[in-house]
Ligand binder design. Sequence first.
Ligand code: CO8
Length: 261
Amino acid sequence: MGFKYIQYQKEPNSIGILTVNRPNVLNALNWDTLGELKVFLEDILPGEEVKALIVTGAGEKAFVAGADIAQMNEMKERDFQDYVDTAHRVYELIENSSCPSIAAINGYALGGGCELALACDIRIASEKARLGFPEVKLGIFPGWGGTQRVTRVLGLGKTKELVFTGEMIDANEALRIGLVEKVVPHEETMSVARDLAGAIAKRGPIAVRMAKTAINAGSEMDLQKALLLEKTLVSLCFDSEDRIEGMNAFLEKREPAFTGR
Ligand code: CO8
């Protein structure tokens, strides 16, 4: 696909694997990497028909160690604004994608890297992973959605503790506070992520997609509006061929063959 800083592969069971590929700088996100991610997410992923996307980092040490500090340090005001806008767009594309996403956190997930993981739907962490928001050590703060997405996952107090101190936490602490969903032996990070993606890929794609919308959009609404949204979306699901197939398959004691219609 002609990308320099990211890799993408589609596996036979409709699982996509997106890898940030700058291992020499712990997969730090420079402008070009964000640009490639944007092109991939906007122009390529929608045509791929993948049922789950795994996002990970190349090499043995890092998921993504954040924004590229060396490049940021050279940026002028207007460039910086564009850099921030591009990162916001990339993270929104992942968060709002109809395709469920899993962050396979295979090492450091810091600053913009932790924010990237938080834009994904589910986070699996290697036992070697280290997570945190070191931005205040650099005189900035998590500005790629971090202050907002972390708060929604961890609550105000824990977010402020992590953001104000800039201290890293290990994978087990991340699990304890709910920053990741699962901690696994390092060498099993990708296989566990694949298993999870595989389980999602077998389910009714319309149901998974609408559930994602109901959960994401509903969490930003008051309860009454969110329940109305849920009712509307689940009614649409009920009208799908996949619903008929799923219920018939259960009653006939066989595996469903969903078509996404
Ligand atoms: N940017 C650029 N280069 C990096 C980055 C990074 N974020 N992280 C690591 N590197 C480079 C190192 O400079 C080093 O390069 P070289 O070999 O040329 O010296 C190489 O990667 C390997 O790193 P280390 O030698 O430092 O590896 P260690 O194992 O000793 O340490 C650490 C690993 C602890 C992860 C360390 O590299 C580190 O602290 N990295 C920086 C982490 C960080 O601060 N991340 C936050 C960046 S800021 C950010 O993400 C902001 C996002 C929101 C911006 C919104 C606008 C304000």
